[in-house]
Design a binder for this molecule. Sequence first.
Ligand SMILES: [Zn+2]
Length: 438
Amino acid sequence: MSIGRLQDRAVELRRMFHRIPEVGFTEFITTYEIYKALEKKDFTLFIGEEAISREHRYGVPDQQAIEASRQRASEYGVPEAFLEKMADGATGLVAVFDTGRPGPHVAMRSDIDGLPIMEAEDAPHMPAADGYRSVHEGEMHACGHDGHISIGLAVAAYINENQNQLSGRFTLIFQPAEEGGRGARSVVEKGWLDDVDYFMSGHLGINEYEAGTVSAMTERFLASTKLDVSFKGKSAHSGVEPNEGKNALLAAASASLHLHSISRHRDGATRVNVGTLNAGSGRNVVADHSELKMETRGGTNALNEYMMSEARRILEASALIYDVEYETAFMGNAIVAECDEEWVDIVKTANREEANGFNIMDTMPLKASEDVTYMIDRVQKNGGLATFMIFASPLKAGHHHPSFDFDEQAIRTAVSVYASIILHLANNHTEKEYTSYE
Ligand SMILES: [Zn+2]
């Protein structure tokens, strides 16, 4: 299959995946469709619990949500035996291929989860106009991970078809639950990144450049921590005996205001957000419970830790003011990372060799969080080189918006860029001796 045909297929697959978004750790149908796209290829496939470490997952949805998605997958036609490999939402898949010839170990990561967002239904939104809007009401691929999956599958097809020209080993990671920084560690702790020489991943969209613009690296990742907080007070009749109540609503409200007034830090970027706040049971009842979902971010791990320690102090003080109890649940985390500059040369040279004509920039700022940083960190600790690229596309609306959509030309660009890198690495690995793998 020519690159052009692989690109066409990636766009077709993207539309198929766009219709069936599943939020993190419920990607049962998604994992099955990835499996179906790969099962006839020469990869060894590791599914669900074979691919990720169950106990290193963050922010796993409750049993009820997992069960509902599992049921939906069963109705979709995912076989029971396949679903059993993903018990308790241990979703995702890793595909491994060894050419049997000496060469580098190249790993690529594609994230596969959707978001809990109701997708736009109006005509200017392409997926709605062209009939590939989400059929899972309230879930949406609003971050382009549908594209990431399809690009990963096109790269698998490329490796499979060109295996006689390639050398070394390939590990293609289809990671669950990127959103909220929840899934990457579960892949890392399974050991997939431990002996990787070249690691690459990337993201669609993000910048205002035309499709065809590629950033070889990314900088300014933000470290981030996600917490769910619950306050527990005591309800009382607000007219008869308000003094008997312990007001959990006010504790959460006070905490929210004070969290947003944490002092900025001189050393760099800091962020905090309380995204949801729910409390109470009725107009004339002192609220005995409240829940908030919050996150902190920082331009360095230390800055994020500063934000989180200030946050914890404020939560504790707010509980004390209103004499209520509180609990926090750790829901996700991302660290910062730096891409290896060697990648700029690799990406540029590889694409020059293939005469792709893309506009390749050295680096672009992410200004967001990505748990791929756990993978980058592990690869670098073991002496490998890692990058996270950006495949630019004008966006109809920003990431995580109900009308989010990107130019599918960016998918074609990514397939071509990854393929040229794979070919380049197979033919240019003289700087290190790769012998046998016992
Ligand atoms: Zn994303």
